[in-house]
Structures are given as C-alpha cells and as structure tokens.
Design a protein around this ligand. Structure first.
Ligand code: S3P
Length: 169
C-alpha cells in the first residue's frame, strides 16, 4: 500500500500523514525531509544554491525514489504534484489524497508556522493571501486529480481521513 498526501503549503499533510501511518501501521515519509537528507542541505539552502529549478529536479528524483517503498504514507511538498509528470507518477504508484483548504485558512496557518518556506518568505498576511489565491488556482489543476479530496476548515482527525479513503485502501 502507498498513500500520497498532496496539497498546498500549510494544509497539514505531514500531521495528517503521521496520524494515518500510525493508525494503519504503515511507515511515514515526508518528502521534504527525505530531500534534505539525500542532499545534505536544507530546503532553503537548495533554493539558495540551485534555485527553484534545481529544487524541482531534486524533488522529482526523490519522488521517484520514495515511490519504490511499500506500505508507506508519503507527505509530498506543496509543489511536488505540479511539476514535470509528477502527478502522473503519483497516480500510477499509489492512492492520492488532496487536503483542500481556503487561501485564508492556509495563510493563517502559514503565518503561525516556524518552517522556513522560500516561496513565501517575508510576505505579510495580505500578500500571502493574494499569492495563495493566484498559485492555488493554478495548482488545483494538479491537486484535483487526486483520488480523494478532503475539504477542511478545522484540524482533520485520523478517523475522518480513514473514512474518506474507504474504497481506496
Ligand atoms: C513548496 C512547499 C514546501 C517545500 C518547498 C516548496 C511549494 O513543502 O517543498 O518550500 O512549492 O509549495 P510544504 O508543502 O511541506 O510546505
């Protein structure tokens, strides 16, 4: 079994993924952490030294590597499904779940997050909402191809996720 969590930055993919993996007795991998370990650099360092293009190449390579692992829940980075043929690869190799939140909710969560994210660094909440509005509209072309979409306006419980995935896992 292989389950991919996809969705915008701040949608809770890692938190939900960890809970799901625990409940289903599966391994958990966060794709960003995997990229950092494989490249011996943090995500902001990769963006700084190789630019977004370099990061996207490393991300694609990492996705292909983790897609060989079995019995696993994979939390992808927010952009992962939206570059190259990554979403095709996700669809081919597992079940995908999109955590869909509104720009306002995502912005609120991101403003409170300690994780450094190069694409949104230094933005005010208003700038962030505008940025999310614009990029999410484009990214939804990929996100909406997920097998299952969960719209959230609160923290999602593991039971809700398992219910949503019924028929797929
Ligand atoms: C990105 C999301 C980040 C990380 C990188 C780029 C994006 O992951 O991969 O900063 O393009 O949306 P999270 O979704 O875990 O924040």
């Amino acid at each position: 079994m292989r389950i991919y969590l996809i969705g915008y930055m701040g949608s809770g993919k890692s938190t939900v993924g960890k809970g799901l993996a625990h409940a289903l007795n599966l391994q958990f991998i966060d794709l960003d952490t995997y990229i950092e370990e494989r490249n011996l650099k943090t995500i902001p360092e990769i963006f700084a030294s190789e630019g977004e293009d370099g990061f996207r190449k490393a991300e694609r390579k990492a996705l292909h590597e983790v897609s060989e692992f079995e019995n696993i829940v994979i939390a992808t980075g927010g952009g992962a499904p939206c570059f190259f043929d990554n979403m095709d690869h996700i669809k081919k190799t597992g079940t995908s779940l999109y955590l869909e939140g509104s720009p306002r909710i995502l912005a609120e969560r991101l403003m409170n997050s300690k994780t450094e994210r190069p694409l949104i660094k230094g933005k005010t909440e208003e700038e962030l909402i505008a940025f999310i509005d614009e990029t999410l509209a484009k990214r939804n072309n990929w996100y909406k191809r997920a097998d299952v979409t969960m719209v959230f306006d609160h923290d999602i419980s593991t039971n809700e996720v398992i219910d949503a995935l019924k028929g797929f896992i």
